[in-house]
Design a protein around this ligand. Sequence first.
Ligand code: GAR
Length: 201
Amino acid sequence: MVQDSVLRLVVLISGGGSNLRALLEASDDAAFPARVVAIGADRDAEGLAHAEEYGIPSFVVPYGSFDSREAWGDELLDQLSQWEADLVILSGFMRLLPPRVVSALSPALINTHPAYLPEFPGAHAVRDAVAASVHETGASVIVVDGGVDTGPILAQRRIPVLPGDTEGRLHDRIKLVERQLLVDVVLDIANGRIDLAELSA
Ligand code: GAR
């Protein structure tokens, strides 16, 4: 059972959920001051298997079942509101949230991004970094605001692009760093070292 002093997290995913997995593993330690209370997805995502394995409730709000992004977002917000989350984490959630959802949740709405923002925003950050032949890229955790990957940066780290890197290889290395950044940011929020209330959306 989740105690009052523990940060309640809802994690939204679209894919494999390896960053989500890192959070779940961190919460295996009873001293970790946050717990994933629900996992949501916009599709029948592979990563929902982690919810099942950990016995955590999950929900799917399929984007394609709604007439508009706004109607989809309203249902998503409705689902999210049931979990009294202190923090909603977009962890490989590949849909832009409608402004109504962002205003309702931000700044307690954060996103992991596989680049050193503001470099390479958008849905193809790793592919774009490889195509640009840069020598380094990175990983970032940000607050979600009304733009695409434009919110306040909470943590980020540089990662070298190695000769012969493919998008997949580079992304795998980025994810190793992202995971740690995400767990550290959640820890900092829970411990008050990061004060989201001070950050405007
Ligand atoms: C992560 O690299 C995350 O930063 C990225 O999707 C991956 C999800 O991996 N998100 C974005 O690109 C959002 N613009 P995972 O499903 O294995 O955690």
